[in-house]
Ligand binder design. Structure first.
Ligand SMILES: *Cc1c(COP(=O)(O)O)cnc(C)c1O
Length: 380
């Protein structure tokens, strides 16, 4: 089955009791045993639940993995991946990474004796300097947040494998509709299903997918032992989103391309970050690595930071809010939102100036989005 069909038909037969096309929400903490010699297929919802199992099978199929575990949030999924490490181990982490992952690595993991060194994933050779004899894992993303840089997944995997590292890749920004990192050699793919997989800004969740049975078992053991589970309803809701992922992503990409081209031509915008623009230095790499350029665009507003803030606050169709990947367009201001955990110096070092806005392009008519940006830019 092809991607769009897998999203709709993997593990989604009508229910046995009533032939309901959409399976019910199994809102039950426990499942009855026939007798003490017959353990039910699923016995307790912390360990497994029918709605969770279905979602896991579908996401595994979309990432070309053999095993998926879903979690109560994207950060719970990142934490599960780090649970493979022990005190004394070391992580090589891309410096251009999701703020929450950076915070976890700098605040929680050091207390557990796990250390981290950053490297510049846009220069895969810098990984070599970040690795020491205790390094067990490399973690990175592409496209990155909020700069939308494209990292060469194959090249980083190749370097990491030469050092014998596990490769963890956060595929939240692209979604499995645009790239499948397991096929490029990653060992573990992480998702915040809160974003494109759920797609409707109504649920928080995470997932880890792998081709490796042992790593898959480790993720299952972690969730069973620590209880970082999503509810049956959240799994059901996320699956409802996943069904339309492919067709949503096509529109996200087309709308983002239109918005990025509009912004690039606007005199009050000094820089646009979108891998779909021909002028983008990583356009060729993105074309080779992805089947589309995604729904995220960031830009720098000319003039002082007060201009960027004024534009963010003047937008009417775009909602001023954290998060991304939903059907409605959002504008984010990284210094006060996604990257508030960093100091001004750390942000500037990472190419996140206070003049930057991050746009999550939704499924509205792109003309309305462009007109909204036009009116907001006219206020400065
Ligand atoms: C949002 C996000 C996360 C964290 O996910 P939550 O569901 O908010 O816990 C991790 N990585 C990336 C790239 C994200 O965008």
């Amino acid at each position: 089955m092809r991607f769009a069909t897998r999203a709709l038909r993997v593990a989604q037969e009508p229910d046995k009791q009533y032939q309901a096309v959409i399976n019910p929400i199994y809102q039950s903490s426990t499942f009855a045993w026939d007798n003490l010699d017959t353990i039910p297929k699923i016995d307790y919802t912390r360990c497994q639940n029918p709605n969770r199992q279905t979602l896991e099978q579908v996401i595994a199929a979309l990432e070309n993995g053999n095993h998926c575990t879903v979690f109560g949030s994207g950060m719970a999924a990142v934490t599960a991946v780090f649970s493979l490490l022990q005190a004394g181990d070391h992580i090589a982490m891309a410096s251009d990474i999701y703020g929450g992952t950076h915070r976890l690595c700098t605040t929680v993991l050091p207390r557990q004796g796990i250390t981290m060194t950053e490297f510049d994933a846009s220069k895969p050779e810098t990984l070599d300097q970040a690795v020491n004899s205790n390094t067990k894992m490399v973690i990175f993303e592409s496209p990155t947040n909020p700069n939308l840089r494209i990292m060469d997944i194959r090249k980083i995997v190749e370097r990491a494998k030469a050092h014998g590292l596990w490769v963890a890749f956060d595929n939240t920004f692209a979604s499995p509709a645009l790239q499948n990192p397991l096929d490029l050699g990653a060992d573990l793919v992480i998702h915040s299903t809160t974003k494109y997989l759920g797609g409707h800004s109504d649920v928080v969740g995470g997932a880890v997918v792998t081709k490796d049975q042992e790593l898959g078992n480790a993720m299952f053991e972690w969730i069973k032992n620590t209880g970082a589970i999503p509810s049956p309803f959240d799994c059901w809701l996320t699956l409802r989103g996943v069904k339309t992922l492919e067709c949503r992503m096509r529109t996200h990409c087309a709308n983002a391309q239109a918005v990025a081209e509009f912004l690039e031509a606007h005199p009050k915008i000094s820089k646009v970050h979108y891998p779909g623009l021909k002028s983008n230095p990583e356009h060729a790499l993105a074309t080779a690595q992805m089947t589309g350029f995604g729904g995220m665009v960031s830009c720098e507003v000319a003039g002082p930071a007060t201009n960027a803030r004024a534009v963010a606050e003047s937008l009417k169709v775009f909602l001023l809010a954290e998060s991304l990947g939903g059907v409605e367009s959002l504008v984010g201001y990284p210094p006060l939102m996604s990257h508030a955990g960093m100091t001004e110096d750390q942000r500037v070092e990472r190419g996140i100036p206070p003049t930057m806005l991050r746009l999550s392009i939704g499924l509205e008519d792109p003309t309305d989005l462009i007109e909204d940006l036009e009116q907001a830019l006219a206020t400065i």
